[in-house]
Write a protein that binds this ligand. Structure first.
Ligand SMILES: Nc1ncnc2c1ncn2[C@@H]1O[C@H](COP(=O)(O)OP(=O)(O)OP(=O)(O)O)[C@@H](O)[C@H]1O
Ligand SMILES: [Mg+2]
Length: 321
């Protein structure tokens, strides 16, 4: 059974259509990345799944129960965006507080809090007041808070916000570790490079609609182009390759060969062999997730303004609340 499943999920905040028919499925034990520009609807989707915000239409299920079911709450961890923990708590006392809310025993709370704070690199400062923490330290604490009660699924809204590069790597490693322990992780982010590194599947949300969904490999695979370089001094047989039906563009010392639909690179390789040319470089051109994302967003995939039924401009920033 999937951990998250939504079907045709819609959310309107008054006249703003934040989600417009979102259907996603997240399988257990995977890391799922939800990407989108500011205002795309990422946080709204998570908040509906957690029962913080009410859906307007469609289906939303979490751990096999309708979103918002209280009985499953202690199986779920959540790092909200812009969280604000009371400054008078220390990291240790905050986790103890949350642990009590989750119904953990005193011994469990103590042992797990030490370990969780160790994992996020806060152990040395765990008795200092939160108000003395840097932004990245607060974020690390938020992550510890999200996973320390050992939930089945964790929702992280922009987990690496404000965290330095070393810390971001540590967080990525931590998420992989939690996944290896069987936890399902749902990450909202606009840091495409990061999501690309850890997610099993990703969805791109644009103006409240999913415009692409799949594995990172699926989304970034561009099978129709190879970059070739021959040994120094050898001329690329551009005309012969074109005669075989493969368009060629040169950018010395490389040549890009496009593979038309339904063909493979093999005839080109055979030709090079026949002409006794030596390959020095042969790479299938890959897109990054960022390329895919920018393409999707630039191509418009336009949204509809609920009020006028017209194509809405692409949001570049959060609209007025
Ligand atoms: N409480 C609210 N009242 C009115 N509109 C809201 C509310 N919360 C969100 N919205 C609107 O819904 C849309 C989606 O917002 P949401 O916060 O889900 O976006 P997001 O993808 O998380 O953006 P960001 O990357 O900036 O966090 C935006 O147009 C936003 O202004
Ligand atoms: Mg958000």
């Amino acid at each position: 059974m999937p951990v998250v499943s939504t079907s045709n999920l819609c959310k309107n905040y008054g006249r703003i259509a934040a989600l417009r028919g979102v259907s996603v499925t997240v399988e257990a034990g995977t890391i799922y990345g939800l990407l989108g520009q500011n205002g795309a609807g990422k946080s709204t989707l998570v908040k509906i799944l957690l029962g913080i915000v009410k859906k307007s239409n469609g289906e939303a299920n979490l751990l096999g129960a309708p979103a918002g079911t209280t009985a499953i709450r202690n199986r779920v961890g959540y790092l909200p965006e812009d969280h604000l923990f009371p400054g008078y708590h220390s990291a240790r006392s905050l986790l103890d507080f949350y642990g009590r809310l989750y119904g953990l025993s005193r011994a469990e709370r103590r042992g797990r809090a030490d370990e969780a704070l160790d994992v996020v690199g806060l152990r040395k400062r765990m008795d200092s007041k939160i108000r003395t923490y840097s932004k990245g330290m607060k974020q690390r604490l938020g992550i510890a808070q999200a996973f320390f009660h050992n939930p089945d699924v964790i929702f992280l809204d922009e987990p690496t916000d404000g965290v330095d590069p070393v810390g971001r790597k540590e967080i990525r490693d931590l998420l992989q570790r939690l996944k290896s322990e069987g936890c399902t992780i749902f990450v909202n982010s606009h840091l495409l490079g990061e999501v690309e590194l850890i997610s099993d599947r990703v969805a791109i949300l644009n103006q409240g609609q999913i415009v692409r969904e799949g594995t990172v490999a699926d989304l970034t695979r561009q099978t129709n182009r190879y970059t070739i370089r021959l040994a120094d001094g050898q001329a690329f047989p551009t005309e012969d390759v074109r005669a075989l039906g493969f368009p060629v563009t040169a950018h010395n010392p490389f040549h890009d060969v496009e593979i038309p639909e339904g063909k493979t690179i093999d005839p080109v390789l055979h030709l090079l062999q026949r002409e006794r040319l030596s390959l020095r470089h042969l790479v299938e051109t890959k897109q990054t997730l960022e390329d895919v994302f920018v393409q999707m967003v630039e191509s418009g995939e336009p949204g509809t303004d609920r009020r006028q039924g017209k194509t809405a401009p692409l949001p570049t920033a959060k609209r007025a609340e």
